[in-house]
Design a protein around this ligand. Structure first.
Ligand code: SF4
Ligand code: SF4
Length: 420
């Protein structure tokens, strides 16, 4: 249910408009935060129907929350769009192909790492054989084209992470890592690097068994009941671990878990537990800022720039800590990226469901990255890593795309394998 009073926080000042990627691309009021708030309010009022035109303007929203950062009235746009999308899942009947993608891929496959890993094998084969072109005939062309572009080149096998790794030297914190869905399938090495850098900096690192998806994908796509189910499971598992911090290396997961208190507000027996859980959640860069980065670190001679993932910068207000990691590494020349907190177009599954707009937004990001002259671009979210890596590869740019902990891990003498 949309909390109607929340719409009234918007005073229609328009200060958010220039910060909204879709408004800047299209110049139409209904594709701006202010216009969308107007539409959502009209829908809640019953003044407009849940029809295709309204849904298209709301679907085109990236959910990047740049409008929240810009808003002087404290409008919580993210929760408004999430609640409205849940309403639309009930009130609007999507075309069959869209419905299939949402109900099957988003609800039943992506939040479950073993299913996702299993689905990648036939998907890679389909890509090789060109079967995806058949999908166009049944109206699924855009989804499969997007999926094909994002698929990893190599087969994926999920390897286990160590359940407990002792801190090196004096222990400062005990932390539990959310291994994540996309992270544990597509970025297993980043998860391992995360554990190594936490341990090197005085953290005992646990990876509790039984944990699951953070619920972000479900929440952003209009399935709040699924998100609540995932949240409750994680609360049980991480409570039992009894740690000081719950750490994630995925911006989207961190933003979702820091808001479990909102997600489960008013649920008897869960609201307080959700608040305690949310208060412990940290991005890995926040934990490293808290414990301090210990040397010795090897010199890395390279020019590096940083892309602020939306759900880290706008969702969690974490901006300086990832930059501090880069600045701690000797030899790195750090250069700021123009519009660093402008969305890259990934936005969860947006690059699959809205590929044309995602492409336009990505182009702007790539142009800004190229202008820095950096040989490495760093970002703290799996969606951004895939989107930017893919975009750079397509234009033939020789620029590495890494998570901040991967670069730090390299400075500790680990990894070192060049990935582009
Ligand atoms: S979340 Fe992003 S795309 Fe959506 S209205 Fe706000 S700024 Fe625009
Ligand atoms: S969302 Fe905020 S910044 Fe945008 S029009 Fe409303 S009050 Fe102004």
């Amino acid at each position: 249910m949309v909390d109607y009073d929340r719409f009234l926080d918007c005073v229609h000042c328009g200060l958010c408009l220039s910060q909204c990627p879709t408004y800047v691309e299209l110049g139409t009021e209904m594709d701006s935060p202010r216009g969308r708030i107007y539409l959502m309010r009209a829908l809640a009022d019953g003044r407009v129907e849940a029809g295709a035109s309204l849904v298209s303007h709301l679907d085109l929203c990236l959910g990047c929350r740049a409008c929240e950062t810009a808003c002087p009235s404290g409008v919580r746009y993210g929760s408004l769009i999430e609640a409205t999308r849940a309403e639309l899942e009930i009130r609007y009947s999507r075309p069959p192909a869209d419905r299939w993608f949402r109900r099957f891929v988003i609800e039943r496959i992506l939040p479950y790492p073993p299913r996702m890993a299993a689905a990648l094998a036939p998907a890679r084969l389909g890509k090789k054989l060109g079967i995806f072109r058949l999908a166009e005939a049944v109206g699924l062309g855009h989804l499969f084209k997007g999926l094909a572009e994002l698929l990893p080149e190599e087969p994926v096998r999920i390897g286990p992470l160590p359940e407990r790794t002792l801190a090196r030297g004096e222990k400062k914190l005990t932390v539990a890592l959310l291994s994540g869905c996309v992270m544990s399938v597509m970025f297993q090495e980043t998860n391992r690097a995360t554990i190594r850098v936490l341990v090197a900096n005085g953290c005992e690192a646990l990876v509790p068994k039984g944990q699951g998806c953070c619920g972000a994908l479900s929440l952003h796509n209009g399935f709040p009941e699924d998100a609540r189910r995932f949240a409750k499971k994680n609360i049980e598992v991480f409570e039992a671990a009894g740690v000081d911090r719950i750490v994630t290396n995925a911006a989207g997961c961190g933003a979702a878990m820091k808001e479990y208190d909102h997600l489960l507000a008013g649920e008897p027996g869960w609201a307080e537990r959700a608040s305690r859980f949310a208060a412990k959640v940290r991005d890995v860069s926040e934990v490293l800022a808290e414990v301090g980065i210990e040397g010795p670190l090897k010199e890395i001679r390279a020019k590096v720039t940083y892309h602020d993932a939306c759900h880290l910068a706008h969702g969690q207000k974490v901006r300086q800590q990832p930059r501090a990691i880069l600045k701690a590494i000797p030899g790195l020349e750090f250069v700021e990226l123009k519009e660093s907190d402008w969305c890259c177009g990934s936005a969860g599954t947006y690059n699959l469901t809205e590929p044309q707009m995602a492409e336009r937004i990505l182009k702007r990001k790539l142009d800004n990255i190229l202008a820095t002259g950096a040989s490495i671009v760093v970002t703290g979210n799996p969606g951004c890593l895939v989107q930017i890596r893919n975009g750079l590869r397509k234009i033939g740019a020789d620029i590495e795309v890494l998570h901040p902990v991967e670069l730090l891990d390299r400075a500790y003498g680990n990894g070192g394998e060049r990935r582009s």
